[in-house]
Design a protein around this ligand. Sequence first.
Ligand code: GDP
Length: 528
Amino acid sequence: MSNSPFQQEIAKRRTFAIISHPDAGKTTITEKLILLGQLIQVAGTVKGKKNDRAATSDWMSLEKERGISVTSSVMQFPYKDRVVNLLDTPGHEDFSEDTYRTLTAVDSALMIIDGAKGVEDRTIKLMNVCRLRDTPILSFVNKMDRDIRDPIELLDEVESVLGIAAAPINWPIGMGRDFKGVYNLYTDVIHVFQAGKGSVVAEDIQIKGLESDEAKALLDDEYNNYLEEIELVRGASHEFDLSAYLSGQLTPVYFGTALSNFGVREMLDGFVDWAPAPLNRATDQREVDAKEDAFAGFIFKIQANMDPKHRDRIAFMRVCSGTYRKGMKMRHVRIGKDIKIADAVSFLAGDRELLEEAVSGDIIGLHNHGTIQIGDTFTDGEELKFTGIPHFAPELFRRIRLRDPLKSKQLQKGLQQLSEEGSTQVFMPQRNTDLIVGAVGTLQFDVVAYRLKDEYKVEALYEPINVYTARWVDCDDPKKFEEFKRKCADNLAIDGGGHLTYLAPTRVNLSLTEERHPEVRFRATREH
Ligand code: GDP
């Protein structure tokens, strides 16, 4: 394949998501990244989280009430000669499968760690998802303007808890009130910290050489200690290695403070240099090359009512090859139909705009009138299906009941649609008429109840139910499977997609059942 303008365009794309624990600074860093991309002049206007610019629809009011961001969006901004696509993930401590699936649509991730707290729960979970695809991860240790933990200890924690080698690119000089800047271990340049420049792109004040007089003056009494520290760091830490980063084995680490917009630029510079351009993707037929001309993409999330003016649903598509052009026809592979897409939406810094063209790595939004599901593949006609877009076994379960029993049809329909778009999972036990709703985070239950009321006019109540986890079951041996189904009938249910599921009341029950039926596979994830 030649190096055509089309291929050069693809090579510019850097598509990523941020993984972090709530409050580590994801929103703040997003603002600064966009500021650096010069899409907005003053940071602080990225999300509806802290201002209610766009928060007028009913749907938005749930977010407003909770002060959280349920919707996640996509932002595109230029930086240097690259085009960066940042896929946002919900910021609340609670989260849904959307967060997980968003990670299937990126080529790399940025991990933000609160320097005072270190590696936290949610980061561990998200990291485990990244590991499924060996997603390259770049790290930013945030909040250097505060008294954080010993940086060496933090890197140890990243290595031991997350199981990834850590390679510091720069090293902090002091912290909190005494934070003076960062020293780049590879360029031998000190970037000097200036406080109070958080809302602008400040001048980059550099001191060249740790041996220089300016460096000695800056470090003053601490100079000799710092030299020793750097020697120790160089000796004890991993060296940056591009291929180890690209294969997800090593994370380059930057230190800085997002709030003061310091260190973010260096991190972004490293990111656009090293992060992978759009990667090839597996399908059930063949690998799709990101640079091939034929169009292909898959849906990784469906979002309701993002725009108060249009109460429609938007299906987010990751373009994997070829070019989207306004008015083009695409094959909706699952239903075997060609459809004309005249009005896909793009995501420029939070505001949706009509889009003329998009290439591999870009995200576009399709208006969904109920025919698109998560995991759906769209092509220029070829029969193939992208793989690796998972359903995760829920971790929380509730029985759902109606206030008005006459509305059970609407409830069924609502739950069916919400489960198709991935907002929740529904299970129908074989032995009774319960409806069980499963979620990955408790917030999902509120969202489901809210949307059932708002969109389907049914008031639903939740009741506790004794389910510990769900496993999708299958077996190669039909006879053994029949026996399993007979013996375990009380625990079997059909999910929203028609798949047989084992609902285990306890962890012990699950392991006993697995032991008793070794021929049966119990899966914690299922592909769409
Ligand atoms: P998110 O939940 O990960 O999106 O975190 P936010 O960006 O909303 O940040 C959480 C809190 O930490 C906010 O009060 C921020 O102002 C604060 N914060 C973010 N970055 C820094 C930083 O570099 N230094 C300090 N001191 N506070 C920060």
